[in-house]
Structure formats: structure tokens, C-alpha cells
Design a protein around this ligand. Structure first.
Ligand code: KIV
Ligand code: NA
Length: 281
């Protein structure tokens, strides 16, 4: 099937076809989500939380993002090549200057194999975005709840809840489109606001905790699989119970090792040619 390009995503919005985005952090997950039909695979810096065990995305480095992007790229190469691959620019890799941002984006594209990068922030990142796009790397924007600014926001809280904040968010969305973003993630904002923003932009909006009117949706793979039974925020729907499934399978393995029923003969190798003489130390 045809590869999903930035132009195809724009076409999907115009045709009213919803865009399904999901995260992946390794080759196995990438292969599975692509085979399941995801249009876009995002190597999110959420890996800082779900893979590395940090309580924010701030400690994730560009080096680590590059490593995970390359693994996901190799996983996708084993599939039909349809999915579009985006990688998050890590905290600190694009905020200090447009020059640094361009270098970071080019590294993620060249070494990580992504076709686009995502970065968090509003109108103030217009120049950074213009420079990255001019260098040849498409940029996906991300506004609303921006986890890299967790301390500035005062926690992981819904954004744009009053008219003034909502107006600012719409202004940011338009500025990001004008700066050259090809798509825009809207995270944890009222559905009413996401509907208006989606209607006013020509580029597709990808929502997470932003209601049903966005042009696409994104979820963290581990969340939608139900891998962590201690974490289910309001905007997550668990489409599976893989946490319980993993515990069940590993528990069965542990039980069989203890009970000596695994490995059975079927899992064992044999050779009639093994004739050993005693070895003296
Ligand atoms: O890091 C991430 O997974 C993300 C998505 C949730 C949008 O940025
Ligand atoms: Na992210």
C-alpha cells in the first residue's frame, strides 16, 4: 500500500478520513502497530516515562530519541512501508536556538530515520519551525498540555479552559500552521476548543484528550494496550488488557520452570554423537 506522506495526511483531512496515530519505541512494537494499520507511528518522548521509568519526559536526551527512532525505523522496514514515521525532539534539543534546533532535527532524520519531527510550543517557536522546515525536515507541532513544560504548567492539567487561554491556543495554532507545520497535536484541551481549532486549520489536528472533532487521534501504545494497571487517565481507552495477559503468561512460565514441566522434550535438542571423557581439573 501507498506510503503515508505529509501530503497524504493533508488529503485525508480534506476527505474527512480520520488519521490513526500510535506511539512505538522499539522494532517489535513498530512492526505490530504498522501491521495493525496505524497511519502514523510516533516515537514519543513519553518513552521517558513508559520505557525509562522517569516521572516526566525532561530527562530524555536526543541521543536516546535517535536510538529509539532507529530501532522503530528498522521494525517498520520489515512491514509494508505504509506508515509515516515521526520522532519527538527531546527537551533541550530545540529551545535554545534555531541553529541547535535544525541540527537536532537533522540528526533525528539522518541517524534516527524519521521523516518528520515533533516539537512542543506555540507561536514563540515560529522561527525554529521555519528553519527546520527550510532545512528539509517536516515539523509536527504540539500545543495544549505540553509535557516538557510540566513545571511551567504546574502539573499535567487540562489547558485552554477559559476564553482567554482558548483564544491564545487558537492564535498559537494559526501561527504554527503559518510557520510551516504539516500537522498539529492538541493535547488535553476541551473538545469544544479542539473542534474550532480543527475547523480553522488546513493542516490536520491530532488529538489526545482533545475530543472527537480532531482530524486524527494519538495514544501511547502502552496505555491503549492496558500494560500498566496503575495508569489510566480519563482520555485513555484501554483497547486490551495486556498487563494481565503478560502477568498470566510469565506466571505460567515461572510455574512450569519450578514444576520442571518446562522445557519438555519438544523444546530440547538431542545428539547421539555426544561421547565425553572425564575432564580432570
Ligand atoms: O510523547 C508522546 O507520546 C506524545 C504523544 C502523546 C502526542 O507526544
Ligand atoms: Na511527546
Amino acid at each position: 500500500r501507498k506510503h503515508v506522506t505529509v501530503h497524504e495526511l493533508r488529503r485525508m483531512k480534506e476527505a474527512g478520513e480520520k488519521i490513526a496515530v500510535v506511539t512505538a519505541y522499539d522494532a517489535t512494537a513498530a512492526r505490530l502497530v504498522a501491521a495493525a494499520g496505524a497511519d502514523v507511528v510516533l516515537v514519543g518522548d513519553s518513552l521517558g516515562m513508559v520505557v525509562q521509568g522517569h516521572d516526566s519526559t525532561l530527562p530524555v536526551t536526543l541521543e536516546q530519541m535517535t536510538y529509539h527512532c532507529a530501532a522503530v525505523r528498522r521494525g517498520l522496514a520489515r512491514g509494508d512501508g505504509r506508515a509515516h514515521l515521526v520522532g519527538d525532539l527531546s527537551f533541550g534539543s530545540y529551545q535554545a536556538s534555531p541553529d541547535e534546533a535544525v541540527k537536532s532535527a537533522m540528526r533525528l532524520a539522518a541517524e534516527g530515520g524519521v521523516e518528520a519531527v515533533k516539537l512542543e510550543g506555540g507561536a514563540e517557536f515560529g522561527e525554529v519551525i521555519r528553519r527546520i522546515v527550510r532545512a528539509g525536515v517536516p515539523v509536527m507541532g504540539h500545543i495544549g498540555l505540553t509535557p516538557q513544560s510540566v513545571h511551567k504548567m504546574g502539573g499535567y492539567v487540562v489547558q485552554g479552559k477559559d476564553s482567554e487561554k482558548a483564544q491564545q491556543l487558537l492564535k498559537d495554532a494559526r501561527a504554527l500552521e503559518a510557520a510551516g507545520c504539516y500537522a498539529l497535536v492538541l493535547e488535553c484541551i476541551p473538545a469544544e476548543l479542539a473542534r474550532i481549532v480543527s475547523g480553522q486549520l488546513r493542516i490536520p489536528t491530532i488529538g489526545i484528550g482533545a475530543g472527537p472533532h480532531c482530524d486524527g487521534q494519538v495514544l501511547v501504545l502502552n496505555d491503549l494496550l492496558g500494560l500498566d494497571d496503575a495508569f489510566t487517565p480519563k482520555f485513555v481507552k484501554r483497547f486490551g488488557e495486556l498487563g494481565a495477559a503478560v502477568k498470566g503468561a510469565v506466571g505460567a512460565y515461572v510455574g512450569e520452570v519450578k514444576a520442571r514441566t518446562f522445557p519438555a522434550d519438544a523444546h530440547s535438542f538431542h545428539s547421539s554423537a555426544v561421547r565425553l571423557v572425564p575432564v580432570t581439573p
